[in-house]
Design a binder for this molecule. Structure first.
Ligand code: PXL
Length: 273
């Protein structure tokens, strides 16, 4: 059985990070081990008064305890990190657990819609830049891609040349492949730009209005499991976009968007097919 190491926080309520990665990656037929980065009462988007226990020291202890086990993973998938100090831990995990076939999927979770998440600062962005060369697949949203490349934030529609330049710069920083999310060339559409060895490929779907929490983690989880399952980068990206769309469509219009989307319904529907 293929196995994935997911390095994300546990947000106890709000459907994101590990509470999304574990069920989705398991349902797609991979064992999913976890290295929790933090324990939060809820995620940080739209909730106030949340608690956050930084697990940096515990992560080091967990990795030390794993050392005699000689673990290897088919993918290491990192997401929300609680502090810049965790960057080195993620690098170590990628180096320790990779084989020549392992894919390191790095989602540089830190910002959206032109704004850094409130627990991060400019120093964290600088730390995150250091993780880029460790990515076999870097999965930034548009805001994160602009922060990582010191590009002034602009909202779309974007020009294809702008998207290609962003991807080129992220690759120049050391990312082997880039899957850029939140791309659109015209109003009413939304999708991804994907770059492997060759030219940039895109996949767009009709935009669904509204901003739903946790969809980036759903996207990254499907992408990772699909890559481990042998899909190409563009095939895995299309599967991830389509599953996010199915999850949003499964969510009642009246739902409070900070509690995320009904990916569980979409998983059950997928099983029936
Ligand atoms: O979905 C990204 C994410 C993960 N974990 C935590 C977050 C966020 C985004 O806000 O706050 C704790």
């Amino acid at each position: 059985m293929k196995n994935v190491l997911a390095i994300h926080d546990i947000s106890c309520v709000g459907r994101c990070s590990l509470t999304v990665a574990l069920p989705i990656i398991s349902a797609m037929g991979c064992t999913c081990a976890s290295l929790p980065t933090a324990l939060l009462s809820t995620h940080t988007g739209g909730f106030t008064g949340f608690t956050c226990l930084d697990l940096t020291d515990e992560m080091r202890k967990i990795l030390a305890a794993w050392r005699p086990l000689g673990l290897k993973f088919d993918a290491v998938y990192s997401g929300f990190l609680a502090s810049g100090r965790q960057i080195d831990i993620v690098k170590d995990a990628i180096k320790s657990y990779r084989t020549e076939k392992t894919v390191a999927v790095i989602d540089p979770v830190m910002a959206d819609d032109g704004v850094l998440y409130k627990i991060f600062d400019a120093a964290f962005v600088e730390e995150m830049k250091k993780l880029v060369p460790f990515a076999d697949v870097l999965v930034p949203n548009m805001t994160e891609a602009m922060l990582l490349t010191d590009t002034k934030y602009t909202d779309g529609p974007y020009k294809p040349a702008f998207i290609e330049a962003l991807i080129k710069e992220l690759k120049a920083m050391g990312a082997k492949n880039v899957v850029l999310t939140g791309v659109f060339f015209e109003e009413g559409s939304l999708g991804v730009a994907v770059s492997g060895e060759g030219k940039v490929e895109t996949y767009f779907v009709p935009r669904i209005e509204g901003s739903y929490h946790g969809t980036g983690d759903i996207f990254g989880s499907v992408l990772t499991a699909a890559l481990v399952g042998g899909k190409t980068l563009i095939e895995a990206s299309i599967a991830a976009v389509d599953f996010v769309v199915a999850s949003i469509k499964a969510t009642p219009a009246s739902a409070d968007k900070k509690y995320g989307v009904d990916f569980e319904t979409a998983l059950a529907e997928r099983d029936k097919r």
